[in-house]
Design a protein around this ligand. Structure first.
Ligand SMILES: Cc1ncc(COP(=O)(O)O)c(C=O)c1O
Length: 434
């Protein structure tokens, strides 16, 4: 029998067999171990975080432009090519006669997507709505609850800008009060984060909105601890999980939350324009949909999908992306993402004393994202320099309390790409941005 390495090398030399090669790579990896079983960066078992044969096959599932190094997958990610092809196939089929093919054949398949996502998230399908992105899911929560003038909402000043804008519109329109807390980076402990929220709560507080993992630094926040403190006090906790779902493993019961919104075009690698909204069954009646639905649907999760005519192809391809994600395995995926993050971050920390990571390393409170601060080199200069000179795409972050470059590789990112990034940052640190 040929060795596995030789077998994979031969398969990858034949582009026309790519899809089959992907299937083989996915099945050749070791079974997904229990949480934490892949030691970060040291495991060389099949399918481990540093098994480049395995991850090379995953890379070939994408038709990426490799003349650029895309380290902004936090914004939006490309889908694997077979996921995109499924969507395009459905779009063509739909376009033959939309009123029949889209409404009668393709749209009802949203129920399979609901079932698949619910099983993965760990909720009942009757608690899972398919949306077009996290903004739609989160704004359904933000605008969905009846609040009185003077009612208070607590968020952090690291919540996503659009969500703060949505709350601010309620401030202007409904006279509610919005309080924004500050969180040190990295936070000294999960208890500290919960304490910051608690300190802003008063008898008028009705809602807390927390990001599961912040888009700014990749800090994972203690959702369950906050929910368990707030629920007995009658405070609703909305969770913005735009960057969390399919980035690192968890289920609804790990968080014990009643509301959760996410995008699926970031870490699940589903087509652009996909997300979900989870609302616990007993909360659905009092949470209005963004677009009107009949009273008969008051306790039907589908009321959040009453958005008028829309393509069925996009949301149906979610199930293909989910199958790809599950074939890799959530534990294997996050182990690889942490491995890539550590590879650039630890090298920079070793080789320069001007570098700081505002994301905790070797911690359960972070995963594949990292926020890099370089003393004396502002992100608004370093980011464009990396792009203009080397076609490396990162996200400059400037917040009133901190700044840095946000770096978000994904499963198709190669070690050569993260190494190039580290090398060029070191060049900027030692020689300046000439
Ligand atoms: C924390 C957070 N919430 C919400 C969103 C909105 O996501 P989308 O643009 O997919 O609706 C983002 C997007 O980056 C985000 O980072």
């Amino acid at each position: 029998m040929p060795s596995r390495r030789a077998f994979l090398a031969a398969a990858s030399a034949l582009p026309t067999l790519r899809v089959d090669a992907i299937r083989r790579a996915l099945s050749l990896g070791a079974p997904v171990p229990a949480s934490g079983a892949f030691a970060r960066g040291t495991d060389s078992t099949a399918g481990g975080p540093d098994d480049e044969d395995y991850w090379g096959e995953i890379q070939r599932a994408f038709d990426c432009d490799r003349t650029m190094v895309n380290l902004n997958n936090g914004g939006v990610s490309p889908s694997p090519s077979h996921v995109l092809e499924q969507m395009i196939r459905d779009l063509r089929f739909c376009n033959e006669i939309p009123v029949i093919h889209m409404w009668q054949t393709l749209e009802p398949r949203i129920e399979s997507v609901r079932r698949d996502l619910a099983r993965s998230f760990g909720c009942d399908p009757e608690e899972m709505a398919i949306t077009r992105n996290a903004s739609e899911a989160n704004e359904t929560m933000i605008f969905g609850l009846d609040l009185q003038r003077g009612d208070e909402v607590v968020v952090s000043n690291q919540n996503y800008g659009r969500m703060i804008t949505a709350w601010d519109q309620r401030v202007r329109r409904d006279g509610i009060v919005l309080k924004q807390i500050s969180i040190k980076l990295p936070p000294p402990s999960p208890e500290y984060v919960v304490e910051q929220f608690k300190a802003a709560v008063t008898p008028r507080t009705r809602v807390i909105e927390i990001t599961h993992i912040t888009n700014l630094s990749g800090q994972i926040l203690p959702v369950r601890e906050l929910v368990r403190w707030a629920r007995p006090r009658g405070i609703e906790v909305f969770v913005d999980g735009a960057h969390a779902y399919a980035h690192f493993p968890f289920t609804r019961d790990d968080l014990d939350c009643d509301y959760y919104g996410t995008s699926l075009h970031k870490w699940l690698l589903a087509p652009i324009g996909t997300g979900f909204l989870y609302v616990r069954k007993n909360r659905q009646k009092k949470l209005w949909p963004l677009m009107a639905a009949p009273a008969a649907m008051d306790e039907n999760i589908r009321k959040y999908e009453e958005i008028g005519t829309h393509p069925a192809a996009n949301h149906n391809a979610i199930s293909v992306a989910l199958a790809f994600h599950q074939a890799i395995g959530a534990e294997r995926k996050v182990a690889r993402l942490r491995y890539l993050r550590d590879r650039w971050a630890k090298r920079l920390l070793r080789e320069s004393d001007r570098v700081r990571l505002l994301t905790p390393l070797d911690s359960q409170w972070s995963a594949g994202m990292g926020l890099l601060h370089v003393d004396g080199l502002g992100p608004e200069k370093l980011g464009p320099w990396l792009f203009d000179r080397y076609r490396i795409v990162v996200t400059p972050i400037t917040h009133p309390e901190f700044d840095g470059l946000r770096v978000t590789p994904n499963v198709y990112t190669s070690v050569q790409e993260v190494d190039l990034f580290a090398e060029k940052v070191l060049e900027a640190v030692t020689r300046g941005l000439s």
